[in-house]
Design a protein around this ligand. Structure first.
Ligand SMILES: NC(=O)C1=CN([C@@H]2O[C@H](COP(=O)(O)OP(=O)(O)OC[C@H]3O[C@@H](n4cnc5c(N)ncnc54)[C@H](OP(=O)(O)O)[C@@H]3O)[C@@H](O)[C@H]2O)[C@@H](O)CC1
Ligand SMILES: Nc1ncnc2c1ncn2[C@@H]1O[C@H](COP(=O)(O)OP(=O)(O)O)[C@@H](O)[C@H]1O
Ligand SMILES: [K+]
Length: 491
């Protein structure tokens, strides 16, 4: 596969540009539509061999055009097909009109469709061109189909999903399976679009890879291709300092567990050594719970300053259980020129002082990763969080640009974004990662990667992926402790 196409994600606008480039290069757009429609019909027959009737719902644009091609192909194969249209099919234009006239089935208004058991709905109402909320007549049919629980095969996107944001526009079908073309759209991987798309199949309708690659942005689905160049095997002659020294800063005596969890994960994640920096009053409790992790008393900024003289301490994790306040701010500002994971309390401490942090990150040139969940994101980037026009990807990109840090915007569809705009969306995380301490585990894996010399973006992307894999290995009863034991090796 062309390198630029590996795991690529496109927005509907980029898809439209690719489409136009294809037409300008002399490719017949109707032949693309025919390939798309044929792929849908093949998927319908393959996935639903016992369907008693395929109900093809066609919209007013090219998504509907794909539907007419699929309906004709299904009928040709001998299947029972019923065809419904949203709006007057005589108003179809261009390829859509051509597809309608090549379909010999009678078409009736969508308002008359009553779902019956044994039906399979082929949803070709709207795809990438959905520009506003679904019209009421489409929302009504979505509700009827939902209530009847008959399976839905979506063409390109479940109608109602915004292909850029993954959000529901009024209402959306819940598809068992979606056949999309050329590349997944961001709306297929962002929630709730990902959950509503069901299994996603990407079909190559024949647009040359060079045309697609020319429009490919720096947006990908997260996977090993992103970081594999930093995750090579260990050389036989390595030693623990070469593998990297990670430091994790502990909170006070009543809240030490989170930092110890990150520290333990740091070793599993591949750092050669991990030291827990502890305030004096928490030394005893930390000492009583540590074995392979080293312990150092770090009570004040002066202690930290002295420790920073040791350039072999490569990376730092600050935030888990640390406590919100001036000490966290002082420590964070001292660490901006190193490799730093600023998590939890480390970020929340800057709610009223973020400019100071962002300026320091910009001026210091370190490798800083921030890991907000939705609440922390809204605290640190309220104006971005409140902008309803932005997708989660765009929000993470805006936050990275504002803060000059790599942003890991956590959740079921974690987005990692760099200040340059480069971004990945993670898709391997199971819902049981939502368990107390799971974020501390993630911070520890990122720290381990930074200690090993990964650049911040790759460190974060690889960690989010390994965290997801750990969840899959640990299974549904995962706790932060079992997650920590289930992190897969880097290669
Ligand atoms: N990419 C490719 O190479 C290929 C793509 N292909 C297929 O093309 C699909 C994209 O086609 P598309 O651009 O015509 O968009 P589509 O989703 O059919 O909707 C647009 C129509 O709906 C209308 N409309 C929009 N929102 C509305 C609303 N809420 N309520 C009412 N109306 C609304 C809008 O009208 P307008 O907004 O202009 O008034 C317009 O008429 C893509 O998903 C894939 O299936 C394949 O054929 C193979 C090649
Ligand atoms: N529904 C979900 N599906 C997959 N991953 C999730 C889901 N909810 C949360 N996560 C992941 O679990 C982790 C939770 O981190 P965080 O919110 O900081 O929790 P904690 O503070 O309890 O450690 C994040 O990596 C997040 O992406
Ligand atoms: K659709």
């Amino acid at each position: 596969m062309h390198d630029a196409l590996q795991d690529m994600l496109v927005t509907p606008n980029e898809m439209a540009a690719i489409d136009k480039d294809a037409a300008d290069s002399g490719i017949d757009s109707f032949s693309l539509m025919r390939s798309a429609g044929m792929a849908v019909s093949a998927a319908a027959l393959r996935l639903f061999p016992t369907a008693s009737r395929f109900v093809v719902l066609c919209g007013p644009g090219n998504n509907g055009g794909d539907g007419y091609i699929a309906a004709e192909a299904l009928a040709e194969s001998g299947a029972q097909v019923a065809l419904f249209s949203l709006g007057d099919p005589s108003k179809l234009r261009g390829d859509g009109a051509k597809a309608r006239s090549a379909c010999r089935l009678a078409v009736v208004d969508i308002g008359t469709y009553e779902p019956k058991s044994g039906d399979v709905v082929v949803d070709a109402l709207f795809g990438a061109g959905l520009a506003r909320d679904l019209p009421n007549s489409a929302q009504d049919v979505v509700r009827r189909v939902d209530a009847s629980r008959i399976p839905v095969l979506a063409v390109d996107l479940p109608s109602g999903i915004d292909g850029r944001t993954g959000e529901v526009r009024g209402a959306s079908f819940t598809a068992a399976h979606t056949v999309t073309f050329i590349a997944p759209k961001s709306g297929h991987v962002l929630m709730p679009g990902r959950a509503l798309s069901g299994a996603l199949e990407v079909f190559d309708i024949g647009i040359p890879a060079r045309l697609v690659a020319a429009r490919a942005s720096d947006l990908r689905i997260n996977g090993p291709a992103i970081w594999k160049q930093y995750a090579g095997g260990l050389e036989a002659g390595t030693h623990k300092y070469k593998r990297g020294h990670l430091a994790v800063l502990s909170g006070g005596p009543a809240s030490t567990g989170a930092a110890r969890l990150s520290a333990a994960v740091g070793l599993v994640g591949g750092a050669g050594l991990v030291t827990l920096g502890s305030p004096p009053e928490a030394m005893a409790v930390n000492a009583s719970h540590l074995t392979a992790i080293m312990l150092k008393e770090i009570g004040s900024a002066a202690d930290l300053g002295e420790w920073l003289q040791d350039k072999r301490v490569i990376a730092f994790v600050l935030g888990p259980g640390f406590g919100v306040g001036k000490k966290a701010r002082d420590f964070a500002l001292m660490l901006c020129d190193r490799a730093l994971v600023l998590d939890a309390d480390g970020m929340s401490s800057f709610q009223q002082a973020r400019e100071e942090l962002f300026e320091k990150i910009a001026a210091s040139g370190g490798q800083v990763v921030m890991t907000p969940h939705e609440g922390e994101f809204a605290r640190l980037f309220p104006e971005v969080a409140a902008d309803a026009s932005l997708s989660k990807i765009e929000k993470a990109q805006a936050a990275a640009s504002l803060s000059h840090a790599v942003i890991v915007y956590k959740g079921p569809d974690t987005v990692v974004a760099a200040p340059s705009g480069r971004a990945v969306v993670n898709v391997n995380a199971p819902p049981w990662l939502a368990t107390a301490g799971s974020g501390d585990v993630l911070a520890g894996i990122i720290g381990a990667h930074l200690a090993q010399g990964f650049p911040a973006f790759e460190a974060a992307a690889a960690a989010v992926w390994r965290h997801g894999e750990a969840g899959n290995r640990a299974g549904r009863s995962a706790t932060a402790e079992t997650l920590a034991q289930s992190i897969p090796p880097l290669t």
